[in-house]
Design a protein around this ligand. Structure first.
Ligand SMILES: C[S@@+](CC[C@H](N)C(=O)[O-])C[C@H]1O[C@@H](n2cnc3c(N)ncnc32)[C@H](O)[C@@H]1O
Length: 308
């Protein structure tokens, strides 16, 4: 067997390609002695870019996923004490800062949502393409799984989640089919969940997104309380960032982008550097299809009023 033929049968190793790296480095412009927060470490791509850009800058990298933390320790080891890795949700930023004795930082990047590694690892339960338990938690050591959420909510409550967090117009029908599958004992894996959604909304249309996309998005956002996390992060950032320090937030769906856009409109706190969100270049979009839905908004912390 030739090497090429053999490689066809190699299992795909999940990997993540960092989105809009140059734009983030441009916006944060790491300076010597500066302290930067990467609140969504993932595979470490943005942290690495900042640490490589200025060899006298420091980065604190957060992630709530213990698997990501193990990989980040290896990935950023070469930077020694310029890179600090912290396991935890970014909603706990203020507590971390208090414990670490940090009262001001020089920039922050948040590349929201999940990484391709999490998405493509079947047993995380985040993908409708790979079979796995209906879990969807970024931190599998705590909280409710998506299946437990489905079992706890009644049909109307489930429909509301799917409508509000997935913007799925046929949410009532989808919730009914999911609940029916659960009652019949036919809801164990992500592929069972997808089948229940397809029963409700029909198969994929040519050129359209997978029929399960919106429902999976809604359940994932609910399980990880992603919108509340984001609001808490922006609030904490407004307290921690030094005057004039930039914040970069990359979102991948309209619910997140709306929260960022509205927050940056608060003129007493933020000076917007991007009125319209930046998007990935045509080259990047071609090379990394995931970057097509990325929207980057950048703002600077306004000077604080005396009474603030
Ligand atoms: C899109 S990936 C980041 C990829 C990273 N920028 C890179 O270039 O490799 C998002 C990461 O943020 C983490 N994450 C998402 N929400 C979080 C939260 N509320 N607190 C901490 N980490 C979070 C996820 O576990 C995931 O690893």
């Amino acid at each position: 067997m030739t090497l090429q033929a053999f490689s066809l049968f190699e299992p795909k190793i999940p990997m993540h390609i960092t989105v809009m790296k140059n734009e983030v480095v441009w916006a944060l412009e790491p300076k010597s002695g500066g302290l930067y927060l990467d609140v969504t470490g993932g595979a470490g791509g943005h942290s690495r870019a900042l640490l490589e850009c200025n060899r006298a800058a420091r980065v604190v990298t957060f992630d709530r996923d213990p698997d990501a933390i193990s990989k980040l320790r290896e990935e950023l080891a070469e930077f020694g004490d310029r890179a600090t890795i912290v396991r935890g949700a970014f909603s706990d930023l203020k507590d971390w800062a208090k414990d670490a004795g940090v009262d001001s930082v020089d920039g922050l990047i948040g590349d929201l949502g999940i990484s391709s590694i999490q998405l493509d690892t079947g047993d995380r339960g985040l993908s409708f393409k790979a079979e796995g338990p209906i879990d969807m938690r970024m931190d599998r050591s705590s909280g409710e799984t998506a299946l437990e959420l489905i079992e706890r909510l009644n049909q109307d409550e489930l429909a509301n989640v799917i409508y509000q967090l997935g913007e799925e117009r046929r949410s009532r029908r989808v919730a009914r089919c999911i609940k029916q599958a659960a009652e019949r004992g036919e809801l164990e894996t992500t592929l069972d969940l997808r089948r229940a959604v397809v029963r409700a909304v029909g198969p994929r249309r040519v050129g359209g997104i997978d029929p399960a996309t919106r429902t999976f998005q809604a359940l994932r956002i609910a399980v990880n309380e992603e919108l509340l996390e984001l609001e808490t992060l922006i609030e904490a950032a407004s307290e921690l960032l030094a005057e004039g320090a930039p914040i970069c937030l990359i979102s991948f769906h309209s619910l997140e982008d709306r929260i960022v856009k509205r927050a940056f409109l608060r003129k007493e706190t933020w000076q917007r550097l991007t009125k319209k969100p930046l998007v990935a270049s045509a080259d990047e979009q071609r090379e990394n299809p995931r970057s097509r839905s990325a929207k980057l908004r950048v703002a600077r912390r306004q000077p604080r009023e005396e009474a603030e």
